[in-house]
Design a protein around this ligand. Structure first.
Ligand SMILES: [Zn+2]
Length: 733
C-alpha cells in the first residue's frame, strides 16, 4: 500500500475527549512493518468518538469509503483543524482523485497559509503531473517547516528525476538526519547508487532494518529506473516490491505497465487485472487494461527484424509504407551507429491517440507523437491526427534513433542527448524534416533562455515555462547539428560510446570535443546567433508585418500581399505554420495569374510545409506545367503526412506513376486505393490489374481483374483485359 505516513507531532495534542489510540502512533507502527499491532491500533481508532480518528482508522484498514465519509464529517465544523483537510487530501491522492485532493490542499492553505504539509501535498501531485511546480511547492514547505521530513524526501526524489544526483543525496540526507526511519529518503539513496551502476545494498539493508516489508522503497527505486528509460531494471525492482509486500497493488499495476512497455502480452494483463480486482483502479491501470483488450483489433505482422502492430482497420493500407521505411531505417542506422539490434524491433501504431497516450502514462515530456521503450516503439497513426499535423515518417526515424541509442548505451544516456540525436537524425534523413525554428524557440533565443548544456536535461523533465520542452528539443537537436557540422558526424557516435560507459555530459564533451561545457556553450550560442540571431531580434517586427499581410489577404488586396510578402518572408523563412506568407503569396500570385504561384509553393514545400491541401495544389500546378516527376515527388511527401482516408491521393499518384512507367510505385498506390474501400471498387481493382499487367505480373493482374468483375460483372474494360491476359503467356507472378 502506498501511504504518506508521518503526521505532524502537534496533531497528537489536537483534540480532547475519548481516544483509544493516536493516529500518528498507528501509522508509525504501520511504517515500521508491525502489521498486527498497526491493525489493532487502527481498529481501535474506528471505535473513537472523534470522526477524525475514525477516518485515520478506516484509512489504515484500507476501508476507503468509510475513511472518506469520516473525513467529510470531521471537516464539517468551521473550526476543525486544518490538518484534517490536509490528511483528507492525502487520502484522496492515494485513491486516485488528484483534483479534489489538490482542492483540499488549497482550502487548507486558504485557512492557514503557513501549512507546510499542504504544500507537500501539492508538491506530490505536481511531481506526478510533471507540471514543473513541484520543486517550488516542496521548497516552500521546507521554508515554512525546515524539519518536515516528507518535504525533504519529495525534493530529493524530484532532484533525482531531474538527474541532479548531488542535490538528491543532500536532501535525502537532511530527511534522514531528521528521522532515522525516513525510508523514502533511503530509497532515493539506493536509486542514486543504482543509476550510477553501484550497489544499493547498504541502503537496502538500512531500509530492511526499519521495515523488512516496505515494498514502497523498491517501487520508488523502480520508478526512478523507469524515468531513466531502464524498463527491464524497473520490472525487476517492481518484482522485488511485490516480493516483500505481495499486496502492493500499486506495484503490481506499475509492473504490468512496464511489462507492456517491453512488448509482453500475457503477463501485463495478469498484473494489471490483479491490481484492478483488488481495488487499485487509477487511470493508468484502467486505461492500460482497456488498451490490452483493444489489442484484439490489431494485426501483428512479423519479418526477420520487425514486428508491426497495426490496427485492422488500416493495416492493409499502412503496411506497404511503414514496413519498407522501417527496413530502410534499420539499414541506415546499422551502418551509421555500427551496430545491430539484438532482437526484432516492435512498432505499434495507434489510430486512437488516447490509446497511444496510455502507453506514455507517467512519463515526462515524451508523449507528443511517439515513444520508445527499449526495442518497442509506440506512435500515433496518421489517422489519429489532423491532416498536416503529423509526419509519421519523421516520427519513425526519430523513435528508431532512440531504439539504437538506448540499446547502444544500455539505457544510460542523458535525455538531452538521445532526444537531440533523434531530432538531428530527422533532419539528416530529409532537410524538410529538419529542426525548424518555431516562434516559441525564436522568443527563447531572443530572451536568452537556452540552457547550459550540462543543465539541458531539466528542460525536458520539469520545464520552467510552458514552451521550454519544445525549446529544449530544438536546443538538443541543434547541439547535435552543431557537433556534426563542426567536428563531424562520427563525433556523435563517439559521444554515444562515452555515455555507454557512464560518462557525464561534462566528461563526454571534454573527452570528445576537448572543451569544458562553458566553452562549448559559448561556441554553440555564437553558432545559434549567427543562424537565428537576426530572426530572433526581428521577431516582433515579423509578427506585426505578418499581421498586416494577413489582413491584406483577407481583404483580397493581393497587390499589397505581393509587395509586402517577400520582405516578411525574408524576416523568418522557416515559418510554415498557420497563416504563413508562402500560402498567402501563392493566393496573391494565383489572383494575378502568374507562374510564381508554383515557385512560392515549391519554396513552401522545401521549407517543410506540410498542409495536404497546399501540397496537392502544388502537385496539380506541377503537372499542368509539364513536370510530372515533380508532381510525383510532391504527392509522395503526402504519403508520409496523411496517407489515410484519401483514395483520391493514391489514385492520382498511381495514375502519374503509371504514366511515367513506374509500375512498382503505381501498384503500391493502386493497392492503397483498394485498401481505402472505395465506392468504385471495380475501377480500383481494374487500375491495379492494369499496373500488374504492365509490370508483367500476370497472375496478380488476373486476380485483380477478376475482383473488378466480381464487383461489376458487366465492366467492359475489365472483360477486355481478362481476355488479353488469357491470351498472353504468363511471365511471372
Ligand atoms: Zn524522442
Amino acid at each position: 500500500m502506498r501511504c504518506l505516513v508521518a503526521i505532524a507531532a502537534f496533531m497528537l495534542l489536537s483534540t480532547v475527549g475519548v481516544r483509544a489510540a493516536v493516529p500518528a502512533d498507528c501509522w508509525t507502527l504501520h511504517k515500521h512493518g508491525a502489521s498486527a499491532k498497526a491493525q489493532y491500533c487502527f481498529e481501535s481508532l474506528i471505535r473513537s468518538t472523534h470522526a477524525y480518528d475514525r477516518s485515520e482508522g478506516y484509512w489504515g484498514l484500507e476501508q476507503w469509503e468509510q475513511a472518506n465519509s469520516q473525513f467529510r464529517l470531521a471537516t464539517q465544523p468551521i473550526d476543525s483543524p486544518v490538518l484534517y483537510k490536509v490528511r483528507w487530501g492525502m487520502l484522496l491522492h492515494e485513491r486516485f482523485n488528484d483534483s479534489d485532493s489538490a482542492d483540499l490542499f488549497r482550502e487548507a492553505l486558504a485557512k492557514d497559509p503557513s501549512n507546510a504539509e499542504a504544500y507537500v501535498g501539492l508538491a506530490v501531485i505536481s511531481a506526478e503531473d510533471f507540471d514543473g511546480k513541484a520543486a517550488a511547492y516542496a521548497a516552500k514547505a521546507i521554508t515554512l517547516d525546515p524539519k518536515l521530513v516528507e518535504a525533504h524526501e519529495v525534493l530529493a526524489d524530484l532532484a533525482l528525476t531531474n538527474d541532479d544526483h548531488e542535490a538528491a543525496a543532500a536532501e535525502a540526507d537532511k530527511a534522514i538526519a531528521l528521522a532515522d526511519d525516513a525510508l523514502d529518503a533511503m530509497a532515493t539513496h539506493a536509486a542514486i547508487e543504482l543509476l550510477a551502476d553501484h550497489s544499493p545494498d547498504l541502503w537496502l539493508a538500512k531500509i530492511r532494518a526499519v521495515n523488512p516489508h516496505y515494498g514502497e522503497a523498491y517501487a520508488r527505486i523502480a520508478h526512478q529506473l523507469e524515468l531513466h528509460y531502464r524498463y527491464e531494471d524497473a520490472v525487476a525492482w517492481y518484482g522485488k516490491a511485490i516480493e516483500v509486500d505481495p499486496q502492493d497493488w500499486s506495484a503490481h499495476s506499475a509492473l504490468g505497465i512496464d511489462l507492456m512497455r517491453l512488448g509482453k502480452e500475457n503477463e501485463p494483463y495478469q498484473e494489471l487485472q490483479l491490481a484492478y480486482s483488488n481495488g487499485y483502479r487509477d487511470a493508468a491501470t484502467v486505461n492500460s487494461l482497456r488498451l490490452l483488450d483493444s489489442y484484439k483489433n490489431f494485426d501483428t505482422i512479423r519479418d526477420s527484424s520487425t514486428i508491426l502492430k497495426l490496427n485492422k482497420s488500416e493495416s492493409a493500407l499502412l503496411l506497404p509504407y511503414i514496413q519498407p521505411e522501417l527496413q530502410t531505417i534499420l539499414a541506415t542506422y546499422k551502418k551509421k551507429y555500427r551496430m545491430t539490434l539484438p532482437g526484432p524491433v516492435q512498432v505499434e501504431v495507434y489510430p486512437n491517440h488516447e490509446d497511444f497516450a496510455v502507453r506514455t502514462t507517467g512519463m515526462p515530456g515524451l508523449g507528443a507523437l511517439g515513444v520508445t521503450f527499449g526495442e518497442v516503439v509506440a506512435m500515433d497513426s496518421p489517422s489519429a491526427r489532423k491532416p498536416g499535423d503529423f509526419n509519421w515518417g519523421s516520427t519513425l526515424w526519430h523513435e528508431m534513433s532512440h531504439v539504437f541509442i538506448l540499446t547502444a548505451t544500455n539505457h544510460r544516456v542523458p535525455r538531452w542527448f538521445t532526444e537531440g540525436l533523434a531530432v538531428h537524425e530527422e533532419g539528416m534523413h530529409s532537410p524538410e524534416w529538419r529542426n525548424r525554428v518555431t516562434p516559441d524557440v525564436l522568443v527563447a533565443i531572443r530572451d536568452k533562455k537556452l540552457l547550459p548544456i550540462d543543465k539541458l536535461d531539466r528542460g525536458f523533465v520539469f520545464p520552467d515555462y510552458p514552451a521550454q520542452l519544445v525549446v529544449s528539443y530544438f536546443q538538443a537537436g541543434t547541439i547535435c547539428d552543431f557537433i556534426g557540422e563542426k567536428w563531424g558526424e562520427a563525433k556523435l557516435l563517439d559521444m554515444v560510446h562515452s555515455f555507454a560507459i557512464m560518462q557525464t555530459t561534462t566528461q563526454a564533451i571534454q573527452q570528445n570535443l576537448a572543451l569544458v561545457p562553458d566553452q562549448f556553450d559559448k561556441q554553440y550560442l555564437a553558432w545559434i546567433d549567427h543562424k537565428y540571431g537576426s530572426q530572433a531580434a526581428h521577431f516582433d517586427e515579423w509578427r506585426e508585418k505578418l499581421k498586416s499581410v494577413v489582413t491584406a489577404a483577407e481583404q483580397k488586396q493581393y497587390d499589397m500581399v505581393r509587395q509586402q510578402g517577400p520582405a516578411v518572408l525574408a524576416l523568418y523563412p522557416e515559418y510554415v505554420d498557420d497563416a504563413n506568407v508562402y500560402e498567402l503569396m501563392a493566393d496573391a500570385y494565383k489572383a494575378a495569374g502568374t507562374k510564381s504561384e508554383a515557385a512560392i509553393l515549391t519554396a513552401y514545400e522545401y521549407a517543410g510545409g506540410e498542409s495536404p491541401t497546399t501540397l496537392k495544389r502544388l502537385a496539380i500546378l506541377e503537372e499542368s506545367l509539364g513536370h510530372p516527376a515533380d508532381a510525383i515527388a510532391t504527392l509522395q511527401r503526402l504519403n508520409y503526412i496523411y496517407p489515410v482516408k484519401d483514395e483520391e491521393l493514391h489514385r492520382h499518384l498511381g495514375d502519374l506513376l503509371y504514366t511515367q512507367k513506374q509500375f512498382a510505385g503505381a501498384i503500391r498506390e493502386y493497392n492503397a486505393v483498394v485498401a481505402c474501400n472505395p465506392v468504385d471498387r471495380a475501377g480500383a481493382e481494374f487500375n491495379l490489374a492494369q499496373a500488374y499487367f504492365a509490370a508483367g505480373q500476370n497472375v496478380k493482374a488476373q486476380d485483380s481483374v477478376l475482383a473488378a468483375l466480381e464487383a461489376a460483372p458487366g465492366y467492359r474494360p475489365a472483360q477486355k483485359l481478362l481476355l488479353q491476359l488469357q491470351q498472353t503467356p504468363s511471365k511471372s507472378n
